[in-house]
Design a binder for this molecule. Structure first.
Ligand code: NAD
Length: 319
């Protein structure tokens, strides 16, 4: 990405969004963050608050007028904001419809009205559902999500591709594996640290512990995003972003335990091949498309997880 782009990052005060903002500012872009601070934190962007190239707007994507105003004179929207809690859909069937689908529709409308032409979107491996091919390539189909979260993200992708076609926009859709790293506040690594802080003798693992997924460090994820935006130029560009291997839930338990300096921990399992309804037992994404353009991850899933545990312990992750 060249310098002097005016970029709007929705959800830029969240985990992945704030790392993206750090990198965009470092590269000389002018960045506006639009975030309702529901899970995002001002402290994640505090280093930029005095920077004239940085603006923080506290606003909600469900407020159409506010997002329309924020989109004025923007070259690229990085739409990162969402409710990312996959499990939540089983108890609250409305949240992903509002926070993901309607929020995405509102940003697309704001772009259309402001003549903003480029959007990058943070999608997810959950759009593939229980994929029968592993590693799962972008071309895999039919896409049959098994969580309301996955369904909402697939709907967002469909709105983005159809807006791109209808209104001559250009889109980058990134389907992430599990992203981990400093500032993360949800997911298995965070859960295990919290559980072991409460009781350092016992770790409850959802499912049978054999669930096996790909994990990528957030620094590599952000690298990949910027590389792919710079090096792909179709009107719709869809890429998986993940590591080349997997790690199981039990192995993550062991890594967290070791990084916390614990040795005598009993693992207990809630049973079944899925951690919860909507969880997939296995996930590994095909990243040949990204590799053919010249970018590939260096970290293994285990290294990403271990570095994350160390960083979160240093951050003194609050309960
Ligand atoms: P996060 O919760 O840390 O970030 C989401 C941000 O969006 C927060 O800052 C929150 O305050 C903001 N936000 C939420 N609803 C909003 C609204 N209505 N208006 C304005 N701001 C709002 O989550 P994250 O893990 O950083 O996830 C970022 C994106 O990446 C999400 O789109 C998520 O679905 C996607 N993703 C994440 C992972 C992962 O492993 N973390 C995997 C796949 C996809």
């Amino acid at each position: 990405m060249s310098t002097e782009n005016r970029i709007l990052v929705t959800g830029g005060a969240g985990f992945i969004g704030s790392h993206l903002v750090d990198r965009l500012i470092e590269k000389g872009n002018r960045v506006t963050v639009f975030d309702n601070l529901s899970s995002g934190k001002i402290e994640f962007v505090k280093n930029h608050l005095e920077n004239p190239d940085f603006t923080l707007i506290k606003g909600d994507l469900l407020d159409q007028e506010a997002i329309e105003k924020a989109c004025k004179d923007i070259d690229l929207v990085c739409h990162v904001a969402a409710n990312p809690d996959v499990r939540l859909g089983a108890s609250d069937t409305r949240v992903h419809l509002d926070q993901n689908i309607l929020a995405t529709y509102n940003i697309l409308e704001a772009m259309r009205k402001n003549n903003t032409k480029k959007i990058a979107f943070t999608s997810t491996s959950t759009v593939y559902g229980d994929a029968s091919i592993m590693p799962t390539p972008e071309e895999y189909g039919p896409l049959i999500p098994i969580s309301l979260y996955g369904a909402s993200k697939l709907a967002c992708e469909a709105f983005i591709t159809s807006y791109s076609h209808t209104f001559d926009m250009q889109a980058w859709i990134f389907r992430f594996a599990n992203i981990v790293g400093p500032r993360s506040r949800h997911g298995i690594t965070v859960d295990f640290i919290k559980k072991l802080r409460r009781n350092s003798n016992l770790l409850e693992i959802l499912g049978d512990g054999k669930q096996e997924k790909s994990y990528l460090h957030v620094s590599e994820c952000v690298d990949a995003i910027l590389f792919l935006i710079k090096n792909s130029e179709k009107y719709v560009n869809i890429f998986n972003i993940g590591s080349e291997d997997t790690i199981s839930a039990t192995e993550i338990g062991k890594a967290v335990m070791e990084e916390m300096g614990l040795s005598d921990v009993e693992f207990i399992y809630t049973g079944g091949s899925r951690g919860w309804k909507g969880d997939v037992p296995k996930m590994r994404l095909g990243i040949e498309n990204m590799k053919s353009l010249g970018w590939k991850p260096v970290y293994t899933s285990e290294r990403s997880v271990r570095e994350t545990v160390r960083a979160l312990l240093e951050e003194e992750l609050v309960e």
